[in-house]
Design a protein around this ligand. Structure first.
Ligand code: SAM
Length: 277
């Protein structure tokens, strides 16, 4: 057991509290927390305890049981939202080639969109492939975390986050903030309008979502789920895809155990296996 639960006494945080948090998070969001996340749980939930003017972790956990609306705050506090523009660039090169070689209407789902860098990268890729903002592409960006989705929907970022993007893309897709907004950029409205945002828990039994996605990006989220949960979620996802659809996974997501439903195409890109839809 790491430091916090044994040494930190503020809010009476104990090993048993950490275990309850782990069990609740797994049930609500499918996320498995390693023992090493003990300090992270302490610091993130301490903020909720202070905000609610409670005294101890066990008071907070009782409060969580009795207040449905706190579940959203609990999940928001404990998700890991690390992302960046054009993260794992080879996927965007692959996507650009795929779109450019077959310019047609496309429905794309970005299933763990976090603060939006990933779905906006998909949108920029599509615009570059079509050579126009006027394109038949629809992108649904979803996440379980309502706070990150609000950030994504605003489309405002720190200018440093664009480091690594070619100058031509910065100019085409972002507006620089002035005055009190200097140091910030906003995605241009023509890009923003290609996206819509939806709160969606991959653990829910069914989703209010189209069934004919051509492309699914579901990257760097399956790593938080155990293998049976991954298989269950993937089986549901492919029911929302066209037979010739493409599924993009995160670099460390090993899907050898789901070879019955996904065919690997290389570089963590997959296609639903015929007969599984
Ligand atoms: C590490 S971020 C990955 C962001 C992006 N896909 C990328 O690769 O850069 C993982 C995201 O998955 C979301 N997430 C975690 N559990 C989820 C669930 N059960 N349903 C939907 N999203 C979930 C988190 O809120 C977080 O924004």
């Amino acid at each position: 057991m790491a430091a916090a639960a044994t040494e930190k006494t503020e809010f009476g945080y104990k090993r048993a509290d950490f275990e309850v948090v782990c069990a609740k998070l797994k049930k609500l969001a499918g996320i498995n927390l390693a023992d090493s996340k003990d300090s992270m749980v302490y610091s993130r939930l301490s903020r909720r305890i202070r905000a609610l003017k409670l005294k101890t972790f066990s008071e907070y956990l009782h409060y969580l049981d009795r207040h449905e609306e706190e579940k959203e705050e609990f999940i928001n506090a404990l998700t890991t939202n690390l992302t960046s523009f054009f993260r794992e660039k080879h996927h965007f090169d692959h996507l650009k080639q795929h779109i450019a070689s077959n310019k047609r209407a496309l429905k794309i789902w970005c299933a763990a969109a976090s603060t939006g860098e990933e779905p906006y990268s998909i949108a920029m890729t599509a615009v570059e492939a079509f050579g126009s903002f006027d394109l038949p592409v629809e992108i649904i960006a979803s996440d379980i975390d309502s706070k990150v989705l609000a950030t994504a929907s605003q489309g405002v970022y720190k200018i440093e986050q664009l480091e690594g993007l070619p100058q031509s893309m910065k100019k085409r897709f972002f507006l620089r903030g002035k005055g009190s907004n200097s140091g910030l950029v906003r995605v241009v409205p023509e890009l923003r309008k290609l996206l819509s945002f939806q709160k969606l828990n991959l653990m829910d039994d069914s989703w209010q979502l189209a069934k004919d996605f051509d492309i699914v990006f579901c990257r760097n989220v399956m790593i938080y789920f155990d293998k049976p949960t991954q298989l269950n979620i993937l089986s549901k996802i492919i029911k929302h895809m066209r037979p010739q659809g493409l599924y993009y996974a995160g670099h460390s997501e090993n899907f050898s155990h789901v070879s019955s439903i996904l065919t690997p195409l290389g570089k963590t890109v997959y296609r639903p296996k015929a007969g599984t839809l």
